[in-house]
Design a protein around this ligand. Structure first.
Ligand code: HSE
Length: 443
């Protein structure tokens, strides 16, 4: 019998995820070695600060402040890039790929902004870039699309992809916490990005949605053709409307594909989700993703979408795939042929026009408290042929203003934008209207 091969693993960055990977890979090493029939050599990790105290104990001989020492080490076959950002991470990722290594990454911003360059390097040098941990923490969504659901074309992928936003909306909706307190809690629990504006302004979810759209449809959605909204504008009246009429407020990422017209849309925004939808019940830090495939129907995956341990689980899954591929146990990842086929189908695909994107809407208006004001508001809706479904009016005695929340029947984005412009032009509309989409799988 031939002696088992040794596969070297190097880690760049020992933040929450890096420490999780070190800890769980060390604990599971013997078990994984037995399954894979190889030796796993966790060779070391690069860190910015060698002296920093960390929750996970790592011998100092395994730490270096020079990431090149990890990337260039000929005994490292798999480089885990867990430092984040798009500058240093890009340089180190490309360097490892040019050496023909496997890079395992949790870096959604890097993939989203430099995906074509990364996959060019993969194709040219024969390495691999694996990114399960970049979307939805511990949920194996990339593997599901790439492997388990490979028989399907997806007309809809809708998900709660940011654990921090979901935690905040859950705590505001169920426990009455303020936005600021709920965000602070998410930061303390270690879910939030180093810069939490990436979470609450929707950028993190947009990165993840773009990756899913690319994986499913072969096209990187341009930022200027993607609706990206965060959750800062959500207030108590919105939560009240949702509760009264059987919705949960969720921050959604929605990727729709029309195969007949050959368009796709990618949008990231807070939305009212009917309580009967399974995603309405995905709460706290959890993520959930429903994929509507032409063969399988609707399938939903849910689980912890953020945090060191959940994300480490996805990184280790990729490491094991990499080892299997390196030792010839099984073909893994995206082969050069699969990448080329994906790009070919993506070239013909267009982004949907605003008239083609339809949803029922919810609006919150702050109105001057005077006779006849509602009539002016309704006139704007009727001028643009937008039909109102429900209305609630709240009075604020002695403040000279009132709050009106309402929902519409389905309408396209262009017409709704015209309504909002019309409302903003009214003297009686005192603040920027809050506009949310009501999610429905059909529209
Ligand atoms: N900050 C992200 C979230 C976790 O809250 O979902 C990493 O993607």
């Amino acid at each position: 019998m031939t002696a088992p091969r040794t596969i070297g693993i190097g880690i760049l960055g020992l933040g929450t995820v890096g420490q999780g990977v070190w800890k769980h890979l060390t604990e599971k090493k013997a078990d994984l070695e037995a399954r894979l029939g190889v030796r796993i050599d966790l060779r070391g990790a690069s860190v910015r600060n060698l002296r920093k105290r960390r929750a996970v104990r790592i011998p100092s001989s395994r730490l270096t402040s020079d990431p090149h020492a990890i990337v260039d080490d000929p005994k490292v076959h798999v480089v885990c890039e867990l430092i984040g950002g798009t500058t240093r991470a890009r340089e180190l990722t490309l360097r490892a790929l040019r050496l023909g290594k496997v890079v395992v990454s949790a870096n959604k911003a890097l993939l989203c902004e430099h995906g074509p360059e990364i996959f060019r390097a993969v194709r040219r040098h024969g390495g691999q870039f694996l990114f399960e941990a970049s979307v939805a923490g511990g949920i194996p969504i990339i593997k599901a699309i790439r492997e388990g659901l490979v028989a399907n074309r997806f007309e809809l992928i809708v998900g709660i992809l940011n654990g921090t936003c979901n935690h905040i909306l859950t705590r505001m909706g169920e426990d009455g916490l303020s936005f600021a307190d709920a965000l602070k809690e998410a930061q303390e629990l270690g879910f939030a990005e180093a810069d939490p504006t990436l979470d609450v302004d929707g950028i993190d979810a947009w990165h993840k949605a773009s990756i899913l759209a690319w994986l499913a449809h072969g096209k990187w959605a341009p930022r200027n053709r993607t609706l990206v909204e965060g959750i800062r504008k959500i207030g108590p009246a919105d939560i009240d409307f949702a509760r009264r009429f059987g919705f949960a407020l969720k921050h959604l990422a929605v990727v729709r594909r029309d195969f007949r017209q050959n368009w796709m849309t990618v949008g990231v925004y807070p939305a009212l989700v009917p309580n009967r939808d399974i995603l309405a019940r995905v709460s706290g830090v959890n993520n959930g993703i429903t994929l509507k495939g032409d063969v399988v129907g609707a399938t939903t995956l849910a689980g912890r979408g953020a945090g060191g341990d959940a994300t480490a689980s996805a990184v280790i899954g990729d490491i094991v795939d990499a080892i299997a591929a390196l030792t010839g146990a099984a073909p893994q990842g995206l082969s050069a042929e699969a990448l080329a086929a994906r790009e070919k189908s993506g070239r013909a695909l267009r982004m949907a026009d605003e008239e083609e994107i339809v949803a029922p809407f919810y609006l919150r208006l702050s109105l001057l408290d005077q006779a006849g004001v509602s009539e002016g508001v309704y006139r704007v809706f009727s001028r643009h042929k937008v039909s109102i479904a429900r209305v609630i009016q709240y009075e604020h005695p002695n403040q000279g203003r009132g709050t009106v929340t309402l929902s519409t029947y389905p309408v396209n984005e262009r017409r709704m934008a015209a309504v909002v412009r019309g409302l903003k032009g009214l003297r009686t509309v005192l603040e920027e209207p809050v506009v949310l989409r009501i999610f429905s799988p059909e529209s």
